[in-house]
Design a protein around this ligand. Structure first.
Ligand code: PGA
Length: 253
């Protein structure tokens, strides 16, 4: 586990984009696991710039996204498919046919979970999985639970998550209550995981996830066991962890 402190959001984004672009330069046909939310937007902006400058070529990459709101179709502006199209895919030279997001409109939830797991299996190992972290420690939409999930599941969002995500909607009631989410076992099977976090509201959970017990009540804590985990967090998100375990932080100056 490597924990790297970034100066601020922009520095975190540059560092994360640097790692993703290095992955793609070294292995042009990489399978990238991608995330949505406020945190990766800056990383995606950097990747778009690098792609436009000719520094990184996504034409042979394939991507799988972590999750999607149940009930929202690809054309819905609040869907994660739309998020990915607008914040990354439509601005880089990726083949859209090689980008995968769960189908939120599939009302056969069992079938959708099986279908997405089938896609993941066909893809093979994810080379680099980008992750955010929820204020409750969720990764993808794997909320605190009694056990770690395995495959793709239809999950019920917790109140914490609805509260956090309402900023992307007009009002809290508009936030979907269910989502399709890749399971923890699938996420964990990536060769390398890059978790990014920014802002004071992530300080407590980041500290608990990487210095505390490994337990399904804190889903991100399982990542402590991953041999190729990189955490990049800005000063605010790192503020608690750096006090509790400065020895874990690489540039703890
Ligand atoms: P955020 O979400 O990037 O919008 O903070 C992270 C997450 O919930 O995984």
């Amino acid at each position: 586990m490597r924990i790297i402190r970034a100066k601020d959001y922009s520095d975190m984004s540059r560092k994360a984009a640097g790692i993703i672009s290095a992955q793609v330069i070294l292995k042009p046909d990489s399978v990238l696991g991608l995330a949505t939310g406020g945190t990766p937007i800056g990383t995606y902006q950097r990747l778009i710039e690098m792609n436009k400058n000719g520094d990184v070529d996504f034409s042979n990459c394939r991507t799988v996204n972590l999750d999607e709101y149940a009930g929202l179709g690809p054309e819905d502006p609040q869907s994660y498919r739309s998020f990915m199209n607008e914040n990354l895919f439509h601005h880089i030279n990726i083949d859209m046919a090689n980008t995968y997001v769960p189908d939120g409109k599939n009302i056969d939830s069992e079938g959708e979970c099986r279908r997405y797991d089938g896609i993941l299996k066909k893809m093979g190992t994810v080379d680099l999985q980008l992750l955010g972290i929820g204020v409750n420690g969720h990764i993808a939409f794997n909320e605190p639970a009694k056990s770690f999930s395995k495959g793709t599941q239809k999950v019920t969002l917790t109140q914490d998550t609805i509260e956090s995500n309402k900023r992307f909607f007009e009002k809290a009631e508009d936030v979907p209550r269910y989502a399709y989410s890749m399971g923890i076992k699938s996420i964990f099977s990536a060769k390398r995981i890059l978790l990014i976090a920014a802002g004071k509201e992530k300080a407590k959970i980041l500290c608990r996830s990487f210095t505390g017990e490994i337990e399904p009540a804190v889903p991100a804590s399982v990542l402590q066991m991953h041999s190729e985990l990189i955490v990049i967090a800005d000063k605010d998100a790192m503020s608690e962890l750096i006090n509790v375990a400065p020895e874990l932080v690489e540039n703890a100056h």
